[in-house]
Design a protein around this ligand. Structure first.
Ligand code: FCB
Length: 446
């Protein structure tokens, strides 16, 4: 008897990649003239990050980047998505440029190109300059221009070789986790501030897109949002309505303005009334949108929660070590939303991955079959979306190597490569070899 073979073979030009970010891997937090970031300040503040972990050394990628690019070459990825540390190139966030910091990114881009890997540069993945935070951070509208200036500098200095640009990583996390729940830097807990920040981020994004385009018409410019799949806790109408409000707040707030030129209704309820000019600046045409997907959340009605009157509840489901529900079909659901609700833009999955407790066996192996299962099922789900007409052009795994997982410190491992916390030795896991085969075969056979 012969088992059914199911194949998910992707289009020839499909981009397979890996993603990472500056603060999570670079280390060298105060080397070669780098300025302080809000994540330096936050992680140096007792009680903010699990086990008092910091990104001071992280994976020491700043010094070991050549080794890391060699690993990526071995993996066979076509693209590497990374971010630039703003305070590494502008120690004060604006004004005087730190050429030594800039040189690091030039070396990295060179190394990638020599390895045949396309650099995808994200301008900002959360490590905001502390000097600008002292002037109010993203609550200060002056940042819109500072950010555009920073974008212009990177375009000028790196744009000869790098053509793929991502403006922000997950603006919702910057605004809602940094300024509302306070679990991320700068650790504020104020709804009004958070809403203000969300709008300034969107304006800054619009202006940075314009700046990049003015600098080179051949740039491919996009931005990255993170969406959760959602389900109401019950079929009670109150839970269903709460789920809709949660969707407006957590998902649509940072997407609707890009495609529809308006915030969802909920924004007005909290007093966000942008001008027509603002919305025009925000609605810049994008060459692509990056979508990060990890999980589904279950929502129930809760009158005590400001604005959304909705809260996340935990149902008993299989989860990753983050406590996030494993729900591969959610990637399909989220991608399909762009086809049905947002005019089918060109998409990349710019992050998807899972944290599990990975132990190195005595023979030096990491048998991370649970990660392989997670990735396999999500890639299959992305394939299904592609089959159903989603304009999906690539998939990036989060992440190359175990690194600093924000408020969780080093306690959560997402990498295809194991990072030893004492020696920083990199050991490719079983999933590394598995993903290598996926790339080599341009898909999966079940
Ligand atoms: C995303 C972040 C990324 C990483 C993963 C696990 O929200 O963009 O830096 O921490 O989660």
């Amino acid at each position: 008897m012969c088992a059914t073979v199911w194949k998910a073979i992707f289009p020839r030009d499909f981009t397979w990649g890996v993603a990472a970010s500056a603060y999570q891997i670079e280390g060298a937090w105060d080397e070669d003239g780098k300025g302080e970031s809000i994540w330096d300040r936050f992680s140096h503040t007792p009680g903010k990050v699990m086990n008092s972990d910091t990104g001071n050394t992280a994976c020491d990628h700043y010094h070991r980047y050549a080794q890391d690019v060699a690993l990526m070459k071995e993996l066979g990825v076509k693209a590497y998505r990374f971010s630039v540390s703003w305070p590494r190139v502008f120690p004060k966030g604006k004004g005087v440029v730190n050429n030594a910091g800039l040189d690091f990114y030039k070396r990295l881009v060179d190394e990638l190109l020599q390895a045949g890997i396309e650099p995808w540069i994200c301008l900002h993945h959360w490590d905001f300059p502390q000097a600008l935070q002292n002037e109010g951070g993203w609550t200060n509208p002056a940042n819109v221009q500072y950010f555009a200036d920073y974008a212009g500098l990177l375009a000028q200095e790196l744009g000869g070789d790098a053509k793929r640009w991502i403006i922000f990583n997950e603006p919702r996390c910057i605004a809602w986790l940094g300024y509302l729940t306070g679990i991320h830097a700068p650790g504020e807990k104020d709804m009004q501030l958070a809403v203000k920040v969300s709008h300034h981020l969107m304006l800054a994004q619009g202006k940075a897109i314009q700046t990049l385009r003015d600098s080179d018409r051949n740039f491919h410019v996009g931005t990255v949002v993170d969406l959760n799949a959602l389900r109401p806790f019950s079929d009670d109408q109150k839970d269903e309505e709460a789920t809709d409000r949660f969707d407006q707040f957590w998902n649509r707030w940072f997407v609707d303005p890009l495609f529809e030129g308006a915030y969802p209704q909920l924004a007005e309820k909290i007093g966000l009334k942008p001008t027509k000019d603002d919305m025009e600046l925000i609605k810049q045409p994008l060459d692509f949108l990056g979508v990060n997907y990890y999980t589904r959340v279950t929502i129930s009605y809760d009158d005590s929660v400001l604005l959304t009157r909705a809260k996340e509840v935990h149902k008993k489901t299989p989860t990753t070590e983050m406590g996030w529900e494993i729900y591969p079909n959610g990637l399909y659901e989220v991608l399909m939303r762009f086809r049905t609700e947002y005019g089918n833009p060109l998409l990349y999955v710019t992050e998807n991955g899972a944290a599990f407790e990975d132990n190195v066996t005595r023979s030096g192996e990491v048998q991370d079959d649970d990660r392989i299962a997670y990735l396999r099922d999500h890639i299959a789900s992305a394939y299904q979306a592609l089959r159903d007409g989603v304009n999906l052009k690539g998939y990036f795994t989060w992440t190359l190597m175990d690194n600093f997982e924000w408020a969780e410190g080093y306690s959560k491992r997402f990498g295809l490569v194991h990072t030893d916390r004492q020696t920083l030795k990199r050991t490719p896991k079983k999933s590394f070899r598995w993903y290598k085969d996926i790339i080599a075969n341009n898909g999966i056979t079940f």
